[in-house]
Ligand binder design. Structure first.
Ligand SMILES: *Cc1c(COP(=O)(O)O)cnc(C)c1O
Length: 385
């Protein structure tokens, strides 16, 4: 490596380390209690889903072998797209290899420098990156603040306006006020895109998310869902009218120029979707876990933010404190997310705790005891924090 490059990397490393923001990967121990992941229904570990994947691999092979537009689009992809469209009450759905790529692909295909994109300040990084890639004029509105959005829309002179929001916010667990986003967008002639990565499988009557079948494509024309979270597999989809899907197939570069999702993953996802739709008891168990956890945690005086979803943030403020709590939990065999800037705003570092239908009450009790221990240790030694 040349000296100039070595210095550049060393500078970046140093400033990140000094801010206590250096990220490390931990090899997840099978025995650890996982309160960090997004497998909200436990389907990533469900033997029926793994078996469908194994069967899919035996039948179709290990990979798709080409992109969807060349020769990688198989009947099982088509069947999954149909099932996702029916589930969300849309005309069509289109599979992408990841949620990150779906968001990049949608924004790049729909927006250009003659478009204005309005995003919630706490939207997922893939939406922010997609807007940048599209070259559109990008504005951010205050988190869940539709009157701020209304002002920005009112002042915009762009003919094409696109409002974009997470459905469930990935680091906070709160849910966007979709009804009010719909009405503001319609009043200002803007299209609305909702990324419901953490809502699909979890929220809504049939698990189809916070938009799903409850709101039509006239209200939410662009719906994105991911398959790697509650559905337990990998990949993502965009659901909407046939016109939208046709446009994406033609113009979405992250759809066109990439190998199709392995067909075995599509087969596994079909099985996961069947379970989500046919066995509401998984959602019931998840919700019972959320209720139990919140009741007990608030009883212990732990300052959890308001959240009715599996994402339960404990905002601790600074990076050092967050790392200290996470490491204490880790020593007790409990894995939680320690989320620091730039993923969240400065001063809002947090533990991101996630619940799953797979957790037993005893698991949750262990987590609560460990959190309570952190809290007490800190109180004992308050001059040193
Ligand atoms: C996780 C996530 C994505 C990215 O999905 P992947 O399939 O993991 O790439 C997109 N949007 C939101 C809101 C997410 O939480």
């Amino acid at each position: 490596m040349s000296k100039a490059w070595r210095e550049r990397l060393a500078d970046a490393r140093l400033s990140r380390q000094q801010a206590n923001r250096w990220r490390t990967r931990r090899v997840m121990e099978v025995s650890a209690l996982d309160f960090a992941g997004n497998d909200y229904l436990g389907l990533a570990q469900d033997p029926r889903v793994s078996e469908a994947q194994a069967e899919g691999a035996r039948r179709y092979g290990a990979g798709a072998g080409a992109s969807h537009l060349v020769s990688g689009h198989l009947a099982v992809h088509d069947a999954l797209e149909d099932a996702l469209a029916r589930w969300t009450g849309r005309e069509r759905a289109l599979l992408f290899s990841t949620g990150y790529m779906a968001n990049l692909g949608v924004l790049q295909a729909l927006a250009d420098r003659h478009t204005a994109i309005f995003q919630d300040r706490l939207n997922h990084a893939s939406l922010i990156d997609g807007a940048a890639l599209s070259g559109a004029r990008s504005r951010r509105f205050h988190h869940c603040d539709t009157s701020d959005l209304k002002n920005l829309l009112g002042r915009s002179e762009y003919a094409h306006k696109l409002v974009v929001s997470d459905g469930v916010f990935s680091m906070d667990g709160d849910i966007a006020d979709i009804a009010s986003l719909v009405s503001v967008s319609q009043r200002h002639n803007a299209w609305l895109m909702i990324d419901d990565a953490h809502g699909v499988g979890v929220l809504g009557d049939n698990g189809s998310g916070c938009v799903g079948s409850a709101l039509s494509s006239a209200e939410v024309p662009i719906l994105v869902g991911t398959l790697g979270k509650a559905l337990g597999t990998a990949g993502a989809f965009v659901a909407g009218d046939a016109e939208l899907i046709d446009h994406l197939i033609q113009f979405s570069r992250s759809y066109i120029y990439t190998t199709a999702q392995p067909p075995a993953i599509a087969a596994a996802t079909l099985k996961a979707l069947e379970i989500v739709q046919g066995e509401p008891e998984y959602r019931a168990k998840l919700n019972a876990n959320i209720t139990y956890f919140r009741h007990e945690a608030l009883g212990l005086g732990l300052p959890f933010s308001e959240s009715a979803t599996p994402i339960q943030p404990l905002i601790l403020g600074d990076e050092t404190r967050t790392l200290r709590w996470a490491s204490q939990l880790h020593h007790q065999g409990i894995q939680v997310g320690s989320i620091r800037p730039p993923t969240v705003p400065k001063g809002e570092a947090r533990l991101r705790i996630t619940l799953s239908a797979r957790h037993q009450q005893g698991d949750i009790d262990q987590l609560l005891a460990a959190l309570n221990h952190c809290q007490h240790q800190e109180a004992l030694c308050s001059p040193c924090v």
